[in-house]
Design a protein around this ligand. Structure first.
Ligand code: SAH
Length: 237
C-alpha cells in the first residue's frame, strides 16, 4: 500500500480529493496523474488508488483494490483528558491516536484554566487525522469536547473498566496490569481534581488509580497511563 494516505467520505470506483486533503496532496506531496495513494474511509479497510486527473481544487482517483487492515486496536480505549494549556492537548491527542485510543474526550473541570472553542476543537480533529495517517491506522479517532466533567464522565457509561487517575488517590483500586475489556481513562488538567470531583466519579462507577508517588504533568499522566493500559491489553507487543 502506498505511503501517502488520505481520508475520504465514501469509496466509489472514482473518488475525488477536495479541500484540505486536496491541498496537501497537490501542494505538499506534489502528486500528479499516475501517483499511487492509499485511501481510507474509516471502515477499517485500506484502498489502493491511482491519481487519474488533477483539476482545479480536485484530484480524481481510481480505486484499484481493497484490503482489510490489522492495525486497529482490538479493544476500545477511550481517553478523557482535561483541557490543557498551549498546545499540550494537541500533544496528548497525537500520542493517544498513535497508542491506539478509540476516541478522545477533552473536558473542562473546576481547576481547569484552559479554554476550548470551535477552532481549537477543529484543530484537535485535524491532529487526530494526521496522527492516524502517520501511524498507519485506518480510522481517525473522534475528538469530543465536554463543558463539564459530569458530561465527560457520563460519556464513559458502558465501558467495562472506568479508571480515574487521581493525584491524591492513596492507592489504586484497580491494577492496570493485567487488564481486559474496554476501558475509559480519565486524567485531569494541570490544575488537577477537586476532592468532590473524585467522589462523584466514584459514585458513577469509576475506580481511582494512582500513578505513583510523584505528581506527573497532565500530559505525562495521560500518555503513560494509556501506554500501560495498551500494553496490558496486548496492543504494544
Ligand atoms: N495540580 C495538581 C496536579 C495535577 S496533575 C497538584 O498540584 O496536585 C494532572 C493530572 O494528572 C491529575 O489530575 C491526574 O489525573 C494525573 N496525575 C498526575 N500525577 C498522578 C499520580 N501520581 N497519580 C495519579 N494521577 C496522577
Amino acid at each position: 500500500m502506498a505511503r501517502n494516505r488520505f481520508f475520504v467520505e465514501k469509496i466509489e470506483d472514482e473518488v475525488s480529493l477536495t479541500g484540505e486533503e486536496f491541498r496537501h496532496a497537490k501542494n505538499v506531496l506534489r502528486l500528479n496523474a499516475g501517483g499511487e495513494v492509499t485511501l481510507l474511509d474509516g471502515s477499517g479497510k485500506e484502498y489502493s488508488a491511482i491519481v487519474t486527473k488533477v483539476e482545479k481544487g480536485r484530484l480524481v482517483l481510481n480505486v484499484l483494490s481493497e484490503k482489510d487492515s490489522d492495525r486497529e486496536p482490538k479493544t476500545k480505549v477511550y481517553l478523557l483528558v482535561g483541557a490543557l494549556k498551549g498546545d499540550k492537548t494537541e500533544l496528548v491527542v497525537q500520542k493517544a491516536v498513535e497508542l491506539g485510543a478509540e476516541k478522545i474526550g477533552v473536558f473542562s473541570s473546576a481547576f481547569c484554566s484552559a479554554y476550548m472553542n470551535e477552532n481549537k476543537l477543529e484543530r484537535l480533529r485535524r491532529v487526530s487525522h494526521e496522527a492516524a495517517k502517520q501511524c498507519l491506522r485506518t480510522t481517525a479517532p473522534e475528538v469530543f469536547y465536554f463543558e463539564t466533567l459530569d458530561g465527560a464522565l457520563k460519556s464513559a457509561d458502558g465501558y467495562e473498566n472506568k479508571l480515574f487517575a487521581c493525584e491524591f488517590a492513596k492507592k489504586s483500586e484497580k491494577e492496570l496490569l493485567p487488564l481486559s475489556g474496554s476501558c475509559a481513562l480519565v486524567v485531569g488538567s494541570e490544575g488537577g481534581f477537586q476532592r468532590e470531583e473524585f467522589s462523584y466519579a466514584k459514585e458513577l462507577g469509576f475506580l481511582g488509580v494512582s500513578l505513583g508517588k510523584r505528581i506527573l504533568r497532565a500530559e505525562t499522566a495521560a500518555i503513560s497511563m494509556l501506554s500501560v493500559v495498551m500494553y496490558g491489553l496486548g496492543e504494544l507487543r
